[in-house]
Design a protein around this ligand. Structure first.
Ligand code: PAF
Length: 283
């Protein structure tokens, strides 16, 4: 695996690969890789001649009181995992090379970025779309892979790619869960054993709502109320930011059930913010 740190060298490498007719699959990450990331790398490996991963903890997507400084980092472990997944290139830029002092251009998907997590993390998605835009321009992928756990991020990036006529296929891969149903996330490491156990309530709540929809329950406000009661009933849940049933395209709260429905939850256990979601198809 080659490790490239300088944006211009990554860009020239990608141009050369494209001239050679090779397809590039790209997995952007912030490191602290877990099995969720590895599933994206496997899919990229299956579908492309060359797999590029990036590791960059993007300061622009963290709010002033968020966890930028304590975000988990494990470069050595990540490199081993990337090699085991036969990643061809790791793009490993530093903050100065992506955001020099003169940097002043931002990309924002206006409406979608204000909803759900956007209401609780002002500026977060502008940070994500700005860095992903830059990474796309540098890595020049044919396909880019994102986890469905961050469903809103996936929808926003897809919208950016469509609105800006970027010739990139944006692919969402299923959420990978631990045996107890908790979605894999780099932030799970912050949880104490008791908090980790309490996190099981999130998937239980999603499964309850999914089964309710699938068994024909059409009273969405009753399901939403029950979701909220379940989450608030867990003593270690310190704040429920949202929990409900949304339109998977607009991310607006649904009044009536659709063919495809998004269940989404964001909450805090202690000081750790966790999100999870599930798409439910009604046949
Ligand atoms: O999902 C993430 O890890 C990040 O938001 C991303 C897409 C790598 C951008 O920094």
């Amino acid at each position: 695996m080659e490790i490239l740190r300088i944006p211009r060298i990554m860009q020239e490498t990608s141009k050369r690969l494209i001239q050679q007719g090779k397809s590039i699959g790209f997995v952007p990450t912030m490191g602290a890789l877990h099995n969720g990331h590895l599933s994206l790398l496997k899919r990229a490996r299956d579908e492309n001649a060359v797999v590029v991963a990036s590791i960059f903890v993007n300061p622009l997507q963290f709010g002033a009181n968020e966890d930028l400084n304590k975000y988990p980092r494990d470069l050595e472990g990540d490199i081993e995992k990337l090699k085991a997944e036969q990643t061809n290139i790791l793009f490993l830029p530093d903050a100065k090379s992506l955001y020099p002092d003169t940097f002043q251009t931002y990309v924002s998907v206006s409406e979608l970025s204000e909803k759900l997590c956007g209401a609780f993390r002002p500026g977060h998605f502008r940070g994500v779309t700005t860095v992903v835009n830059k990474l796309f321009n540098i890595v020049k992928p044919h396909r880019a892979y994102f986890g469905q756990k961050d469903y809103q991020q996936f929808v926003i990036i897809k919208k950016m790619v469509a609105d800006l006529n970027m010739d990139i296929e944006v692919i969402a891969c299923s959420t990978i869960r631990e045996n107890d149903g908790v979605a894999m996330s780099s932030r799970n490491i912050y949880l104490s054993p008791d908090e980790r156990k309490a996190a099981e309530i999130i998937n239980k709540c999603l499964l309850f709502a999914s089964q309710s929809l699938q068994s024909g329950e059409s009273n969405l406000s009753a399901i939403k109320q029950r979701m909220s009661d379940m989450l608030k009933g867990e003593p270690l849940v310190s704040e429920v930011q949202y929990a409900g049933i949304y339109d998977p395209d607009s991310l607006d709260e649904l009044k009536e059930i659709k063919r495809q429905n998004l269940l989404a939850i964001a909450l805090k256990i202690g000081n750790t913010r966790l999100i999870d979601n599930m798409l439910v198809d009604i046949l």
